[in-house]
Design a protein around this ligand. Structure first.
Ligand SMILES: [Zn+2]
Length: 74
């Protein structure tokens, strides 16, 4: 029964350590980083402005969708 006892001690130790950490951590949670304003990019085909993370990059520029990329570059 020794390994079981060891396991129990280990679990108790981890539990104690974790509860101590929780008590020590009284500082307010870190503020979520403010979202960066995204650059608006205009589609090379239709001129529509779209956020930088939604653009489709082609060889000749940025597009609002894959359709416009294909229409312009094929
Ligand atoms: Zn477009």
């Amino acid at each position: 029964m020794r390994p079981l006892l060891l396991l129990l001690v280990l679990i108790a130790g981890v539990w104690l350590w974790r509860s101590r950490q929780g008590a020590a951590d009284k500082s307010p949670p870190a503020k979520p980083e403010p979202r960066k304003p995204l650059d608006m990019v205009s589609c090379s085909r239709c001129g529509m402005h779209i956020p930088g993370d939604e653009i489709v990059i082609g060889k000749q520029g940025a597009y609002c969708s894959v359709d416009h990329l294909q229409q312009s570059e094929s």
